[in-house]
Design a protein around this ligand. Structure first.
Ligand code: CP
Ligand code: NVA
Length: 302
């Protein structure tokens, strides 16, 4: 496995399986009261430039459960917020910490941190990618469906960090992926170039019903990601038909799962009824952030 987890393209199919296997074992151990202090004495720094509920709490609790500790570092309080460079911050923090998780806007910042520091860097969400979330999504699909290979996942909505990561992660794991995004709001070009190597296992369309056809899993995310608040009004118009509702569920395979990384906007990207009908899957997906990130921490920091 590579030294950092910056995006899903850092992981091979074998890496994904190894992470999911370890995550399942750690989940079992936690549920059965079996200690697994695999990172005793280790410290993870967590730099947040954006809000978070799941990422912050699951990384922090996960480090404690592994016998280590986590430091919450708001970028507002660090000197980075007053202009100290990412490069210098990386060189300093590498001397104190054993690993760093970063949530920020620009993907280049996590790449720069990785290039200038000497400790593993984990991307806790950038505008480009959200790999920890997609590992939790893959874990949840594997739990519910018994495997990943050959299953079809359809992503409905904005071609954002989640779309980018689902496309790369899903294809790498052997799934078929379709994405329905409005024109001008598609996934990143790098991601489309990657997907082009998978032939007809990938489809990009503007029509949510084409994407959802016979899907085993439907995924969505907010229409306006963090940092796009000013575009919210126009996006509500552009994305109006990119909603997982009962009719779209009918296009999918009977028994299809629904995933949402949360937070959800009921009545926008998903109806309240579909959300509640699939709440068990969605909250299992949220729980799996904890288990899968613990597996990533062990793989990168032990
Ligand atoms: N899904 C996710 O990353 O949630 P948070 O923004 O609450 O961390
Ligand atoms: N695409 C969303 C995901 C939140 C977990 C955002 O970036 O805000």
């Amino acid at each position: 496995m590579k030294r950092h987890l910056l995006s899903m393209s850092d992981l091979s199919a074998g890496d994904i399986i190894d992470i999911l296997n370890l995550a399942e074992q750690l989940k079992f151990e936690r549920k059965n009261g079996i200690e697994h202090k695999l990172l005793t004495g280790k410290t993870l720094g967590m730099i947040f430039q954006k809000s978070s509920t799941r990422t912050r709490v699951s990384f922090e609790a996960g480090m404690y459960q592994l016998g280590g500790q986590a430091l919450f570092l708001s970028s507002r309080d660090l000197q980075i917020g007053r202009g100290e460079s990412v490069e210098d911050t990386a060189r300093v923090l590498s001397r104190y910490l054993d690993g760093i998780m970063i949530r920020t806007y620009s993907h280049k910042e996590v790449e720069d941190f990785a290039a200038h520091g000497t400790i593993p860097v984990i991307n806790g969400l950038t505008d480009y990618a959200h790999p920890c979330q997609v590992l939790a999504d893959l874990m949840t699909v594997r739990e519910y469906k018994g495997g990943l290979e050959g299953l079809k996942a359809a992503y409905i909505g904005d071609g954002n960090n989640m779309a980018n990561s689902i496309i790369i992660g899903g294809l790498t794991a052997g799934m078929r992926i379709s994405a329905a995004c409005p024109r001008g709001y598609g996934p990143d070009k790098k991601v489309l170039d990657f997907a082009a190597g998978y032939g007809d296992k990938f489809m990009l369309t503007e029509d949510p019903f084409d994407a959802a056809e016979n899907a085993d899993v439907l995924c969505t995310d907010v229409w306006s990601s963090m940092g796009m608040e000013e575009e919210a009004e126009i996006r509500r118009v552009v994305f109006a038909r990119y909603c997982i509702d009962e009719k779209l569920m009918e296009a999918a395979r009977p028994g299809a799962m629904v995933l949402h990384c949360l937070p959800a906007h009921r009545g926008e990207e998903i109806t309240a009824d579909v959300f509640e009908a699939h709440a068990d899957e969605i909250f299992e997906e949220a729980e799996n952030r904890l288990h899968v990130q613990k597996a990533v921490l062990v793989k990168l920091m032990s």
